[in-house]
Design a protein around this ligand. Structure first.
Ligand code: FES
Length: 126
């Protein structure tokens, strides 16, 4: 079998309700892995692109989070309805800009979304 050209990592991390950072799979009912696998088959990519379940990718504020390597294309707020568009765009060598997480948010404590979520959590807890 040839090497995979891309790996799609789909965060499936679940945290307890009320956790300050939230999570990508709050009710542990995510269908994203299944849908990515189905879509890869539909687009004839199942032998060249692998959809992998992932733990926390440290982009919880943007979840559900998906990253595609080796390109390091980060997507946030991925819904079931977005899966086919992501796979189609990958097959065409494009990205889905509307879902991309800004570079300034990746692995950054200064991410505006992270700050906002933690601020709201603190206010909510008072
Ligand atoms: S829980 Fe999904 S990125 Fe952290």
């Amino acid at each position: 079998m040839a090497k995979y050209k891309h790996h799609i990592f789909i965060c499936q991390n679940t945290r307890e309700s009320g956790h300050p950072r939230g999570c990508c799979n709050p009710e542990n009912k995510s269908q994203l892995i299944k849908l990515f696998k189905e879509s890869l088959t539909q687009y004839g990519l199942k032998d060249s692109v692998r959809a992998n379940k992932s733990g926390c990718l440290d982009q919880c504020e943007h979840g559900p989070t998906v990253v595609i390597y080796p390109e390091a294309i980060w997507y946030g707020g991925v819904k079931e309805a977005d899966v086919e568009e992501i796979v189609k765009s990958l097959s065409e060598g494009r990205t889905v800009e509307r879902l991309q997480i800004k570079d300034s948010c990746i692995n950054s404590a200064s991410c505006e979304h992270r700050k906002e979520k933690l601020k709201n959590f603190r206010v909510h807890k008072m």
